[in-house]
Design a protein around this ligand. Sequence first.
Ligand SMILES: Cc1cc2nc3c(=O)[nH]c(=O)nc-3n(C[C@H](O)[C@H](O)[C@H](O)COP(=O)(O)OP(=O)(O)OC[C@H]3O[C@@H](n4cnc5c(N)ncnc54)[C@H](O)[C@@H]3O)c2cc1C
Ligand code: SF4
Length: 563
Amino acid sequence: MSRPSNFPPPFSPSDYVAEPSDPADERIEVGILIVGAGPAGLACAIRLGQLLEEHPETAEALGDVPVAVLEKGKQPGSHLLSGAVVNPRALHRLFGDRFRLDELPSYGPVTGESVYVLTRRSALPIPPPPPMRNHGNWIFSLSQLGRFLAERAEESGAMILPETAAQKLLVSHGRVAGVRTGDKGRNREGGELGNFEAGSDLVAKVTVLAEGTQGHLTGVALDRFGLSGEEPQVWELAVKEVWKVAKPLDRIVHTMGWPLRGGKRYREFGGSFIYPMGDDMVTIGLVVGLDYRDASLSVHDLLQELKTHPKIRRILAGGERVEWGAKTIPSGGFHALPERLHAPGLLLCGDGVGMVNVPRLKGIHYAIESGRLAAEAAFRALQRGESPASSLASYDEAVRDSFIWSDLHEVRNMRQVFGHGFFVGGALASAMTMSKGKVEVGKLPAEPDADQPLLLTDRDRSYPAPDGKLTFDKLSSVFASGNKTRDDQPNHIRIERRVAPEVAELWAHMCPAQVYEVGAEDDDGTVIVDVAPSNCVQCGAITAKGGRLTPPEGGSGPEYTVT
Ligand SMILES: Cc1cc2nc3c(=O)[nH]c(=O)nc-3n(C[C@H](O)[C@H](O)[C@H](O)COP(=O)(O)OP(=O)(O)OC[C@H]3O[C@@H](n4cnc5c(N)ncnc54)[C@H](O)[C@@H]3O)c2cc1C
Ligand code: SF4
């Protein structure tokens, strides 16, 4: 049986590690460099701003740009996509009495919740299992929250550089010295166009990688410094839509079961979320573990199918889709966390290192808390008389002493038990949750998503035809993401182009943005995969399933506003 991992991509992490190459006087020097304007990176910038305000002498010693944040999206928030029901504890710790929650751009606290087990036509309500209880949590759009946090970071002195992708990790004498940003203005073959702009070396005293899921340089750094955890990371793919609706939804809704299949042979783990965003909008999304085996599975099309369920159709009736997006979620949990979260000159935060509580579908408060703790360690490393190495190591200790560590430990095997199928997995997961992690099922091994042997069914025949009102095809969805990637830039997706037919089918069905097409079969039984990289919304699924996403030219990709 074919596996995607039988066809490794033409990608070597060492190609993305370099010494600084710009002449010393042309390098851009900053104090602390943060890669990624998500909740982790922005919380880091905000906390650094607070600390530097209290210690102006340290700020002064850091030069003209004490804190810089690189963001590959068009602006902060453009690449942020989430549920986003947020546990507010990390926001409280970050802002203290500087802001009240109701001063943040939210849709208010969760006012009620329902959980349903779906079959094709029915919806059986069940009491919300403990991980799905959201009393006390607040509803946001992460894209909007990102813009708010970015404004706060700028107010506190950080320089945010949007449309700037960190391409290479600069390492000098075994220490991370910063990053090299990507070139702009190259054509498909790599030649220079009239508006060509070469990337730059940005050098810093400490570099914080807060790149989120499938972080490009985070992966490179884990490899370069040998930091990977005991178990391989695994991911889920989430596809979501935001709808303007005629009737307000008065509660958050989660569903399990249909349209996913319960049989162990399919390994289909996941569920949906439907969250109100004020009185006139809802967000609806479907999350599916990328260890699934059926090459004809398409999360994009399963979400379209889910919307045809009578229960869900009613919520959306008379409404209109206003935005669409897709992203992966790291789901390996506790045992997949890196062995260390630091290396010389480097700190790693948030989704990039897998700080997500999968049964609760929560990562934003861990991202914010880890960003805050990274800021404190980076700040300590700048102090006279402190050893930079032990200051950065103190970040690991701080994370281990924090709620990030205890929460993730409590649900440490939650994702892996669903490899036993929906019902056995569900029973084990409930036992573990009820006992707050004390029920010990032993450390369950995880297999990389790309190692799962594939099967090919005709599941795709039952996806609903797009009607342009309730159900949509992939290209309309890419349009609804605001994606404006330049067509003629170099291909940023690394895959083996000649693969087994099931692997080609897997990629073509899996990609929510219709990037891959299965070409004709050759005499040796393999097929060529055609690639349309400008459709890519940078969800990261291809990296989990046998290829490798690298950042395209800065400013490419979706332009999310309310996801
Ligand atoms: C559909 C979905 C639903 C979710 N629901 C919830 C929920 O309800 N509640 C919750 O708490 N969590 C939820 N999560 C998880 C949560 O969104 C993440 O845990 C959180 O966003 C992680 O924050 P981060 O800052 O680590 O990464 P991100 O939010 O991914 O931000 C990373 C940023 O870095 C930028 N970046 C990456 N690489 C580079 C580079 N090389 N150069 C420049 N910029 C770069 C990206 O463009 C992005 O803006 C959900 C996730 C998904 C996908
Ligand atoms: S090509 Fe882009 S959109 Fe498609 S699966 Fe890969 S990362 Fe996601």
